[in-house]
Design a protein around this ligand. Sequence first.
Ligand code: SF4
Length: 193
Amino acid sequence: MFLRSEAWRRAETTGLSPTQTQILALLVQRGPARVGAVADEIAVTQPTASDAVAALVRKGYVARRADPEDARAARLHPTAAGRRLAAELAVWPDALLGAIDALDPPEQAVFVKGLAKMIRALQMRGAIPVQRICVSCRYFGPHAHADAAQPHHCAFLDAAFGDAALRLDCGDHLEADASAQRESWTRFNDAAA
Ligand code: SF4
């Protein structure tokens, strides 16, 4: 309820609907994309994405430019104004940060790990597209270290980390193939059991 009411409260101040906000954030975080790819990423229909994109273009936050890979298609680019607005929107609300701070470090680790599991379960059911989380990443080495506080390894960063630092939307994520994901998931859970 908090997140939903926060999304609509922000909509009143920014003039963007939650879907428009999501699309703008996606384009800023992941770079230019076609409307179809945007629709897939945020799990809405193409007409819904097209309407939201048209509004963003009208408001000057997104521009359509020719796709270098296909002259008949267009890619959506965030404008400078769009990037500025996305940076403001990316700041988590104080109330949410305060609620997370109320958890002690072990509780935060359980919370993040639980979120990663829920996201993966939704992905496996096809309810949401693949998210950029560690457990689906080619670079993820679950329980690769003996240190109980930092058992996992990120081969991209070449660094050990613990459950609290599991990433839920990582810009360096590279999707592992299905069998590697299954193996990684088994190790992630078995070693923790
Ligand atoms: S690259 Fe990102 S998603 Fe992949 S293992 Fe490292 S931190 Fe996790």
